[in-house]
Ligand binder design. Sequence first.
Ligand SMILES: Cc1cc2nc3c(=O)[nH]c(=O)nc-3n(C[C@H](O)[C@H](O)[C@H](O)COP(=O)(O)O)c2cc1C
Length: 411
Amino acid sequence: MAHKRIVLIIGGGIAAYKCLELIRRLRERGVGVRTVLTKAAQQFVTPLSVGALSNDLVLTDLFDLDDEREIGHIRLSREADLIVVAPATADLLARMAGGHANDLATAVLLATDKPVLVAPAMNPRMWSHPATRRNVALLAADGVRCVGPAAGEMAEAGEAGLGRLAEVPELLEAIEALLAEGAPKPVLPLTGRHVLVTSGPTHEPIDPVRYIANRSSGKQGYAIARAAAALGARVTLVAGPVTLPDPKGVTTVHVETAAQMLAAATAALPVELAVFAAAVADWRVVNAAGEKIKKQASGAPPALALAENPDILRTLAARGARRPRLVIGFAAETENVIEYAKKKRKSKGADWIVANDVSPETGIMGGDRNSVHLVTQQGVESWSEMDKDEVAMRLMQRAAEHLLANEAAAE
Ligand SMILES: Cc1cc2nc3c(=O)[nH]c(=O)nc-3n(C[C@H](O)[C@H](O)[C@H](O)COP(=O)(O)O)c2cc1C
């Protein structure tokens, strides 16, 4: 809350004295408090005590020439981070709901473009009166936030019910929450970008119970989806069959076959950045059986006819209006890793290829660590071995920088 400023409008109710405590607690937290007292409020607390506690201006009159020259009601209404009305009397709520501006408090409230929090306090019958109910509903519809009132004994002897001003800790909590809501969110490097990631293997059915697959675990692609989301992107993850939990804050589309993966990835367009980390099966079985294939008495194995699967990377990297601005492919090889990756970058039309050696002795397939080479138009960078999460974060940061630099160059 430190360094925030609020305007506290004190209404003419018995509970006004509690605002002295509220001001002290806000000041302790480093919040600047500028106070407006209604005419009625001054019957309950004095500008002198309020000013001494807030150590700031206390304003009371819309038509006070000195006050108006020094700060002005319009400036007063705009320069705070939040306006708090406590206690908000029944009459003040009615004037707010009616859009009145016939004193300094209501003029400030009508002129403000800042969040407003009201803390009503009144006799329970005033609170439950249809007129007050109506006014509170109108104010809620206008976006005014409300804290309390609480139930309990009223200041007037023998009166109890709903109408007490919320206690100071509750007021502080509500103020803190609203100040945090209004705080500017940090701008992350992929904020406002849509990123597509494919991940995992694909399963190509042979019959209803058997399929062709590969050893991809999906860990690297999932890590990339998480990293892109952490950097502020809206992420669509198209995942083949894996055993990983869906990443938080990411739209995950589950598919099984290469054909389904292509359809889901195409449906996600347009995206600015596409990362094809899935290990898509190169072939599918064209004569997949509708029923489980039985062993033959002759011992003859079934003849599987294979056809090439669609090339998702090449298809989506093809020039066209919907081509992602940055296309990153993955190359998993067991030999001549860099040479294959360089060729793949050109032949598939990708901008970058992340190449890794997936020979069984590396433990990369299914493991948590990775050792990659980033192949770009500029050359090859070999990254030292690191966690797949780290590879993902580094890659997404590089991608964010690339997108930004390209935009700056285009301007
Ligand atoms: C002793 C006393 C206590 C009052 N307490 C309250 C109260 O708690 N809540 C309320 O809505 N009005 C209360 N009122 C009535 C308001 O002071 C009155 O409606 C006034 O016009 C409100 O002005 P304001 O909203 O500009 O502060 C009280 C009046 C008196 C005389």
